[in-house]
Design a protein around this ligand. Structure first.
Ligand code: NZQ
Ligand code: ZN
Length: 380
């Protein structure tokens, strides 16, 4: 039990609940009369969310230009094009309408428009923007926590990297979370979102520092998600369950679970990002495969911590049981737990090579080539 020195900062104003977009147009107008609206491929138009948001902007007299087509596991080329378009159109703010991929892209777009910095230089930590255009988000998928944090994750197929960039200027100024908007998310992406939020809580839990109250809060977030998820998967349009998972997801990665810690571990996310980069696997699906394997690899280094997790979540008696129960939960929500299940059984050498290439590691414990081989073997 030890609370590390920490600084807490979170400037995002969060609007949560049914109908919160009613104040969206006026809120956006406080920042600018002309905005760049960014969204994904088809869901927001198909399910009427775009129409509602556009209506609010029109009512408030906000003019907009738009960039649609951001793909899951977003790529830097879209960010570049959208930033250039936003600059040319002289927008004063960016509005992101979608899930993590759209919001992460929008964070870099907003910073690039404000500073003129080449987007990949931002994502690859070469050039740090000192400011950003205001970013206002309407979240449509509960998973990443990006709606209330300062991180953005983008891929570059040319350099073969999927990187996460963190800078306080990336915090959204305002985020609108209406759980109703998430009722159309498919069962598989709903499950990936649950896995993702649990993985965020766990990455924090396995970071350095063991503040007792935060440990309890973190495990409670995971427990709540584990309790609600099976009910939600049987009843995808249930507003109350959607709301519960949406709040869990925000709380898992808005800074709270890192209070009293020097940071999270993030080794599992490192592995997951390499798999997404190579095979375009959805983020959450990579995590349900990598988390149990990672704990297997780490079980001699941090046995007590794994057992604390297992006891807290499952009443587990041993480290092995703790890992097994976590894997069983992921399996129960139908998120894959092996590479074989997603057809990657013969890709092990390629994954090991990629992990080595980008030197994936957790906090304070770099891995050897033999470790990479082992962890990929554990992913079966
Ligand atoms: O593209 P459209 O047609 O909009 O469809 C999307 C996409 O196919 C669909 N979707 C979104 N809202 C929907 C919906 N379908 C039906 N109804 C709705 N209301 O869902 C699919 C996945 O969307 P995506 O935005 O990719 O999902 P998610 O929110 O899980 O974001 C994943 C990305 O976030 C990054 C991941 O690496 C990945 O690139 N992360 C960002 C983090 C951060 N910024 O803090 C932390 C995370 O660990 C994560 O790394
Ligand atoms: Zn994640």
């Amino acid at each position: 039990m030890e609370i590390k020195t920490f600084t807490a900062y979170n400037p995002t104003r969060l609007h949560f609940g049914k109908g919160v977009v009613e104040t969206f147009g006026e809120t956006v107008k406080n920042y600018s009369n002309k905005v760049l609206l960014v969204y994904g491929r088809e869901s927001v138009k198909k399910y009427g969310i775009y129409a509602e948001v556009a209506n609010e902007l029109t009512k408030a007299g906000v003019e907009w230009v738009e960039y649609g087509g951001i793909k899951p596991n977003p790529v830097i080329e879209d960010v570049r094009k959208a930033a250039a378009f936003g600059m040319e159109s002289k927008v004063g703010a960016v509005v992101a309408l979608g899930g993590g991929s759209v919001i992460d892209s929008s964070k870099i777009i907003a910073a690039a428009i404000a500073t003129g910095i080449e987007p990949w230089d931002i994502v690859s930590w070469k050039n740090h923007p000192a400011g950003s255009l205001p970013l206002i988000c309407v979240l449509t998928l509960a998973a990443t926590g990006t709606e209330m944090n300062a991180a953005a994750v983008v891929q570059n197929p040319k350099t073969k990297e999927k990187l996460g960039y963190v800078n306080p200027v990336l915090f959204p100024r305002e985020s609108f979370l209406d759980p109703q908007y998430t009722t159309t998310v498919s069962a598989d992406y709903t499950a990936y979102g649950v896995v993702d939020l649990i993985a965020h809580a766990l990455e924090a839990f396995f970071g350095e520092g063991e503040p007792s109250v935060i440990d309890k809060i973190t495990l409670s977030i995971i427990k709540d998600a584990m309790e609600q998820a099976p009910k939600l998967l049987a009843d995808l349009t249930n507003y109350k369950l959607r709301a519960a998972i949406m709040l869990d997801a925000t709380l898992a990665l808005n800074g709270l679970t890192s209070y009293g810690k020097t940071g999270g571990d993030w080794g599992v996310h490192g592995i997951g990002h390499e798999i997404s980069l190579l095979f375009d696997t959805p983020h959450g699906a990579t995590l349900s495969i990598a988390y149990p394997a990672w704990l297997e690899l780490q079980k001699d280094r941090i046995p007590e911590r794994i057992l604390t997790m297992g006891k807290g979540l499952f009443n587990a008696k041993t480290v092995e049981e703790s890992i097994l129960k976590l894997k069983e939960f992921f399996r129960s929500v139908k998120s894959p737990v092996t590479l074989t299940e997603i057809g990657l059984e013969d890709k092990a050498p390629q994954i090991v090579e990629q992990l080595l290439r980008n030197k994936v590691s957790g906090m304070h414990h770099s891995l050897s080539a033999a470790d990479y081989k082992k962890v990929v073997e554990y992913m079966g």
